[in-house]
Design a binder for this molecule. Structure first.
Ligand code: DP6
Length: 331
């Protein structure tokens, strides 16, 4: 076989990864927890080339109809990951390859586009190097891409990333299959542009926020409580914790030096509307990653009611409806 095709989902974090206690191995300060997204994914093809000097990356954006060759930092990240992957898997031989990658959604807009891409590439490199890895080692490999959250796109459904003590015990596992809970993530696109500060840049300065140590303290309890609420399917408490967590992470972002403001006025307007509509029994909760777009988490029974309500909101350019999904796989 000279070529394989892989599909891997983005994920939305219910408990966030923000800050690295080890910057070389991308080890997080805390455990994090996420759900894989059915409609936000990367399709990646990797072709093996006889000539090892040939290494190429072609990308097609969700709104384009042609693949474009990349020579920018995205290509550099692929090469850095290739070298780290070789080291991790103790591969000596040099390989030539061509990658074609397509994203089903706007990239770098706070929908974890690098998580879907790098988790797919982790599977791609394991194939290229002829290594059959279990999910644990694939998750570690994905983490070493530098997009830490990609390790949560390897397992199926709902993933828990254990922060671990060292590189070989920091990885994500599935704590429930996609069918466990019929949660829906309505991604509300308010801006299709790319964010100005990347997560990798943001991670570097978390320690400069005076709130960071309080965030870590408060996380100890929130992490335990959200796991309990999840296994009880207590949606109201789960949602409360979800919002508390998003606000906690963004408070750190806004107080680190230099501060990062991912939210826009539109983000705040919509947050208020989501809180308001709960009062009439349409129950949904917001969470936000590194971007201005909102992830509205509700249960399947309320999906239609929300879609009806949201279609009249002028801030929203597009809605992407997501259900829990399997992890990275060959297709
Ligand atoms: C705010 O370093 O994994 O989304 O490289 O952009 O994928 P990317 O980011 P990464 O940090 C993710 C930060 C976050 C929170 C989260 O997903 O846990």
């Amino acid at each position: 076989m000279k070529k394989v095709k892989i599909k891997s989902p983005a994920n939305i974090a219910f408990i966030k990864y923000w800050g690295q206690r080890d910057k070389k191995f991308f080890l997080p300060y805390n455990d994090s927890f996420s759900m894989n997204l059915s409609s936000c994914y990367t399709i990646l093809e990797i072709e093996i080339i006889e000539e090892p000097k040939i290494k190429k990356l072609y990308v097609k954006d969700y709104d384009k109809d042609k693949f474009e060759i990349k020579h920018d930092e995205s290509f550099e990240k692929v090469i850095n990951f290739y070298n780290r992957a070789k080291k991790f898997l103790k591969v000596k031989k040099d390989y030539g390859f061509i990658i074609y990658s397509y994203n089903s959604f706007p990239k770098k807009a706070g929908i974890a586009s690098s998580a879907s891409f790098f988790s797919a590439l982790a599977l791609g490199f394991s194939w290229l190097f002829e290594k059959k890895l279990d999910k644990k080692n694939l998750s570690i490999l994905a983490r070493l891409s530098g997009s830490g959250s990609s390790c949560r796109s390897i397992p199926d459904g709902f993933s828990w990333w254990y922060k671990g003590n060292k590189s070989n015990d920091s990885y994500a596992v599935s704590i429930a299959m996609p069918s466990y809970w019929d949660l829906v993530d309505l991604v509300l696109i308010l801006n299709k542009g790319e964010k100005k500060v990347s997560s990798s840049e943001g991670h570097q300065n978390v320690e400069t926020s005076n709130l960071f140590k309080y965030r870590l303290l408060s996380l100890e309890k929130r992490i335990k409580e959200i796991k309990k609420a999840f296994f009880k399917k207590d949606f109201t408490y789960f949602g409360y914790l979800l919002e508390e967590e998003a606000i906690s992470m963004h408070s750190v972002m806004m107080t680190q030096k230099p501060p990062i403001f991912y939210w826009s006025g539109k983000t705040v307007e919509l947050i208020k509307k989501i809180i308001e509509i709960r009062k009439i029994g349409i129950e949904g909760y917001f969470t936000i990653d590194a971007g201005e777009n909102i992830h509205l988490i509700c249960q399947k029974k309320d999906e239609e009611k929300f879609l009806k309500f949201l279609k009249d909101q002028k801030e929203i350019l597009q809605i992407i409806v997501n259900y829990p999904e399997e992890g990275a796989k060959f297709i």
